[in-house]
Each structure stands twice: as structure tokens, then as C-alpha cells.
Design a protein around this ligand. Structure first.
Ligand code: NI
Length: 172
């Protein structure tokens, strides 16, 4: 396993639409292992493959809050079904939008159809944090970031800030 570099906004890669996976094989499992290690190292609770520059429809998550306990989840080709009309609001952040947070409304409950680590077809009934997190991650597969839900002004302020942090300033 290896910790990979997480791509941050602004970067056109993050706007790419990820491609479906034909088959969950060793290559995909190795990628999922690397993604999980990368996510844990960055103290995140979810990561999409495109965030490490790989445009495949693969997500890893672990929303377990207990210390020293791991509950990794793997989603390949996830599809959202039955979105709730009711919304819940969380203050979201993203490993690709470092140190920025904002409230986002999303359907409170949803069902997810996906393939698991072994390539088996599964359905997950998600609600609360789990539902919000999986929806945030599936957005990544479509090239959508949580800042896209904010006002134009707020979004451009965040991007400006991130761009500034990216350039290396030297005074000599
Ligand atoms: Ni994210």
C-alpha cells in the first residue's frame, strides 16, 4: 500500500467525469488499498479515485468516529437510487478543497447500488452522515465539488484563496 498525492482545486482533473470499472480485479483492489491509506493519512472520511488523479468510478470511505476502530467501505460504480425529498444539512469540507468548509443541503436518505471490494453487487440504504458523504463522493465522479453548491461569490473567493496558497511566494 502507498500514500498518494491528493489533487487540490483548482485543477482540471477534478472536473473530469470518471469512467465505469469493467471488472473489480487485483489492480482495482490495489488502488482501493492505496486510496484508503491516502484517506487515513489525510484524516479524511471519504476519497474518490479522481482525487489521486485516476478517473475511475471508485470511492473509499470510513465514517467511524471511534478512535482506533476502522470500518472501511468500498464502492465501485456507485449509483444513487431513491433520493429522499427531505434534506439534511452538514458543514462539508473536502481533501481537494483544503481548509475550506461550508454548509450544503443534500437528500437526507438515499439508496446506493454498487460493487464491493470483491466485485459483488450490493445495495446500501444510507442516511444522515453516511448519505451525505456518499453523495459528496459520487459528485467527485461527475467532476462536481461541494463548492459548486455555494453562491458564485463564495465559490470564487474560495478558489482565489486556494490559488494563492498554491503559488510559492519568495522574498529575497
Ligand atoms: Ni471531497
Amino acid at each position: 500500500m502507498a500514500v498518494k498525492t491528493i489533487i487540490t482545486e483548482p485543477n482540471p482533473l477534478l472536473r473530469q467525469i470518471s469512467k465505469p470499472v469493467d471488472k473489480v480485479g487485483d489492480e482495482e483492489r490495489l488502488l482501493m488499498d492505496d486510496m484508503l491509506e491516502t484517506m487515513y493519512a489525510a484524516n479524511g472520511i471519504g476519497l474518490a479515485a479522481i482525487q489521486i488523479g485516476i478517473p475511475k468510478r471508485i470511492i473509499v470511505m470510513d465514517i467511524c468516529k471511534e478512535e482506533n476502530k476502522k470500518e472501511p467501505r468500498y464502492f465501485v460504480n456507485p449509483v444513487i437510487k431513491n433520493k429522499d425529498i427531505l434534506k439534511s444539512t452538514y458543514e462539508e469540507g473536502c481533501l481537494s478543497v483544503p481548509n475550506q468548509f461550508a454548509e450544503v443541503d443534500r437528500p437526507k436518505k438515499c439508496d446506493i447500488e454498487y460493487l464491493d471490494y470483491n466485485g459483488e453487487k450490493k445495495i446500501l440504504k444510507a442516511e444522515g452522515l453516511l448519505a451525505t458523504c456518499i453523495q459528496h463522493e459520487i459528485d467527485h465522479l461527475e467532476g462536481i465539488l461541494f463548492i459548486d453548491y455555494l453562491s458564485k461569490l463564495k465559490k470564487s473567493m474560495i478558489i482565489k484563496k486556494l490559488s494563492k496558497n498554491k503559488s510559492t511566494r519568495i522574498v529575497v
